[in-house]
Ligand binder design. Structure first.
Ligand code: COA
Length: 165
């Protein structure tokens, strides 16, 4: 049996998180190392990692705000982020290919939802590609509609999960 643990990110995780982001996301979808470092330093409460046998296998990170604009590219650099903001916008949900298909994204999302509820956030937002809409529905997210973003020439969808906090 594998030993699985979910915890808040540490700056020592930066290289591994960048590696996971780079191998898992296609092309310019992957966040740069600087963006990931900024997310760790600015809002570690909103950045959790899953370890299998002490190796980081995947993570979720986000920013918080009081006014959600899901197609705002600058928010990926946490421009407009406010740690006290009531709304949470997920920036990455990612599991290294060697660890995919084991239910780890679901475990990460369950833990993330619990953490954001405990932080008294009101709602979690994300945008995703068509193929992942059903995956997020399984975690309780509701479909909002098509996104204005045409990032990477792809079709994107907005989803959200209201929290009982
Ligand atoms: C998407 C991703 C995070 C899924 O990680 P994972 O750990 O393999 O997912 P899980 O094993 O927890 O799967 C959870 C559920 O989603 C489904 N699912 C997983 N990946 C899927 C995919 N690419 N397309 C459709 N459904 C998928 C699974 O079948 C599973 O459903 P089940 O509970 O009915 O079996 C992973 O494939 C990844 O990192 N991809 C690259 C980055 C990315 O696109 N992230 C999403 C950004 S919006």
């Amino acid at each position: 049996m594998n030993d699985v643990n979910i915890r808040e990110v540490r700056i020592q995780d930066l290289d591994r998180c960048f590696e996971i982001e780079s191998v898992s996301y296609a092309g310019d979808e992957a966040a740069s190392k600087e963006k990931i470092e900024n997310r760790i330093n600015t809002y570690s409460e909103g950045f959790i990692v899953l370890e299998q046998d002490k190796t980081v296998a995947g993570f979720i990170n986000c920013g918080a705000c009081n006014k959600v604009e899901l197609s705002d590219e600058e928010f990926k650099e946490l421009v407009g982020h406010d740690s006290e903001g009531k709304y949470v916008v997920i920036l990455s949900v990612v599991v290294h290919p060697d660890f995919q298909g084991k239910g780890y994204a679901k475990l990460l999302m369950d833990s993330f939802i619990e953490k954001m509820t405990n932080l008294h956030k009101k709602e979690i937002y994300l945008i995703c590609q068509t193929s992942l809409v059903d995956m997020y529905k399984k975690s309780g997210f509701v479909y909002i509609g098509e996104s204005q973003s045409d990032h990477g020439g792809l079709s994107w969808h907005e989803m959200s999960l209201p929290l009982n906090s």
